[in-house]
Design a protein around this ligand. Structure first.
Ligand code: SF4
Length: 295
């Protein structure tokens, strides 16, 4: 298989066949992100995609799920995505789901008919960096859309029968604003109903504007207490039942996972226990390792 540059995938796509459809990210301007900073966005030639699929077809009996790479392959036009989906089904006929990273802006460029046809071709379970439901955060993080636009786009996905997972960042509003961030994000998620919520806390590596803002004091990171309060607030406000909370990224203060309908109370108790467990450091800010891991 052919991959250029760094390739990322969500942890829950570990058993998917990875297929490169694009290079880089079409937005590439989020304030906290350095993933594709020096990588120009481009579509992989369709001949290359088909060559990779021919190679992958030796696994055609066992491949049921394909994850398209890289930063946001849903940026491709609906026709291009349909062509790729057709090739996938030709070479890997047992494929049930074609998942990928997508952005709100990618959805906004598709018509309802596009979304329905893409869903019929097996494109589903998009992984979307929503990050927050608060306009001030979306603007500061340079996401390129408002909460109202995100709500509208995600409702269009829902109408097309497409499931999607939300990436959410605790602390994205900075110290002192965790509560309003949690409330706005809970409202957006409750309305738009993701099947999965993937959480992490805000962190920035050298090379992005948020890193500079943190260094200069323009952005003040939340304390551990604030991270715990925000996590608890969001979890307690979500009314979703059939949604999986995937909070195992190492940047989480309390790593946890579970079904919201079934496990929410147990997860809230875990956060309450964490307040006691880390009581001596509640007023401090996390020490970080690679990928923002809390040490
Ligand atoms: S966070 Fe996602 S959308 Fe934003 S620049 Fe990075 S890869 Fe692109």
């Amino acid at each position: 298989m052919h991959f250029t540059g760094l390739t990322y995938r969500p942890p829950f796509e570990a058993h998917s066949l990875l297929l490169q459809a694009t290079t880089g990210c079409s937005h590439n301007r989020c304030a906290f992100c350095t993933m594709y900073r020096d990588v120009p966005f481009r579509a992989e030639p369709i001949e290359q995609v088909e060559e990779d699929l021919r190679e992958a077809s030796v696994y055609k009996d066992i491949v049921t799920r394909v994850f398209l790479e890289n930063g946001d392959p849903f940026a491709l036009s609906a026709d291009w995505l349909k062509e790729i989906a057709g090739l996938i089904h030709r070479h890997l006929p047992n494929t049930e789901t074609i998942a990928m990273y997508a952005s709100i802006k990618n959805i906004m460029t598709k018509t309802d008919r596009d979304l329905t046809e893409l869903r019929q071709l097996g494109i589903n379970e998009l992984n979307i960096g929503v990050e927050s439901g608060l306009d001030s955060v979306l603007a500061a993080m340079n996401k390129g859309y408002t909460a109202a636009e995100a709500r509208e786009a995600l409702l269009h996905l829902q109408s097309a029968g497409m499931d999607w997972g939300a990436n959410i960042i605790f602390g994205a509003a900075g110290s002192g604003h965790g509560r309003e961030n949690a409330e706005a994000t809970a409202s957006l998620l409750n309305d738009t109903k993701p099947y999965l919520i993937f959480t992490g806390t805000i962190h920035a590596d050298k090379g992005c504007s948020l890193y500079e803002d943190m260094q200069s004091g323009h952005f003040t990171e939340s304390t551990i207490r604030e991270y715990l309060e925000e996590q608890r607030k969001l979890l307690s406000m979500l009314t979703l039942e059939n949604c999986f909370w995937f909070g195992l990224h190492p940047s989480n203060v309390v790593p946890m996972q579970g079904w919201l309908g079934r496990d929410r109370d147990e997860m809230l108790r875990e956060i309450d226990k964490a307040f006691l467990r880390v009581a001596p450091v509640l007023g401090t800010r996390p020490r970080r390792g690679g990928e923002g891991a809390i040490l």
